[in-house]
Design a protein around this ligand. Structure first.
Ligand code: 2AM
Ligand code: CA
Length: 251
């Protein structure tokens, strides 16, 4: 399974990069007021879907850009381009995310950021890697020394509870903050210690299914904003463990 995911995600990266090389000519369509989809999102998802479905016809498929198909006990969960706005603007921080869920539990996760040349992978119980090297969360012990990240998907979804107050509250207590624009990649940045924590609300499962497993396998805690363990895309808090309680107080 790992080999299949590895080849498919690298192929998907090549397709995305071909579109990236002619960004001026790329077709962008609106799914919602600020919710964009490009030809690249669709071509990448079509490729991933046809490759994975051919190799595992018995599995279901949940992707951001195509209708869901039911599977028996396993399904692929795919975001073809996480960080579509970054992609459209020619920026670096976007990624491709593939997860495999079996009997309700994520068993494999891969996140690939083609322009950063970073491929993160994890298998449940077997640790996490970045470009084949084992990774671990940071050992930062207090929020005052921490680098944290967040995202504002909710603003794009035009919801009332927009994370700005929480961001200001937390920003006053940390060393520094980042907002990279790809939730899948943000999870991986906590996994390899580049950030000490990441939170975001109102995400979709395909944004974070792979990233959360990668983070967990690298030693991160994955909870909701109340500290309940496990992945809840509505409220995702991923930390290096050391700063979990300080973060929870501020959520
Ligand atoms: P996307 O680029 O695949 O749409 C950035 O804050 C994160 O929010 C990204 O993972 C982004 O994924 C996601 N996101 C963007 N718009 C969203 C929306 N309208 N609803 C939910 N999530 C969204
Ligand atoms: Ca996404």
């Amino acid at each position: 399974m790992e080999k299949l995911i590895h080849s498919v995600i690298l192929e998907a990266g090549d397709i995305a990069l071909q579109f990236r090389s002619r960004l001026d000519a790329i077709q962008v369509t609106k799914k919602g007021a600020k919710d964009l989809v490009t030809e690249a999102d669709i071509a990448v998802e079509n490729h991933i879907r046809s490759r994975l479905t051919a190799a595992t016809p018995e599995f279901g498929f949940l992707g951001e850009e195509s209708p869901e198909t039911e599977g028996k006990t396993s399904r692929w969960i795919v975001d073809p381009i996480d960080g579509t706005h970054s992609f459209i603007h020619g920026q670096y921080f976007w990624s491709i995310s593939i997860a495999l869920e079996s009997k309700g539990e994520i068993s494999h996760g891969a996140v690939y950021a083609p322009l950063l040349h970073e491929l993160y992978m994890a298998e449940k119980g077997k640790g996490a890697t970045r470009n084949d090297q084992t990774i671990r969360v940071s050992d930062t012990i207090d929020l005052a020394s921490a680098m944290v990240g967040t995202g504002f998907a909710c603003l794009r979804a035009e919801l009332g509870d927009n994370n700005l107050e929480r961001f200001c509250r937390i920003a006053l207590r940390t060393m520094d903050q980042r907002r990279f624009g790809s939730a899948a990649l943000d999870c991986c940045l906590v996994a390899d210690g580049q950030m000490d924590a990441f939170w975001e609300q109102h995400l979709n499962l395909f944004d974070v299914a792979a990233g959360a497993l990668i983070a967990e396998e690298a030693g991160a805690t994955v909870t909701d904003f109340a500290g309940n363990p496990g992945l809840n895309p509505e409220a995702v808090l991923i930390t290096n463990g050391e700063i979990l309680s300080e973060m929870l107080e501020l959520m």
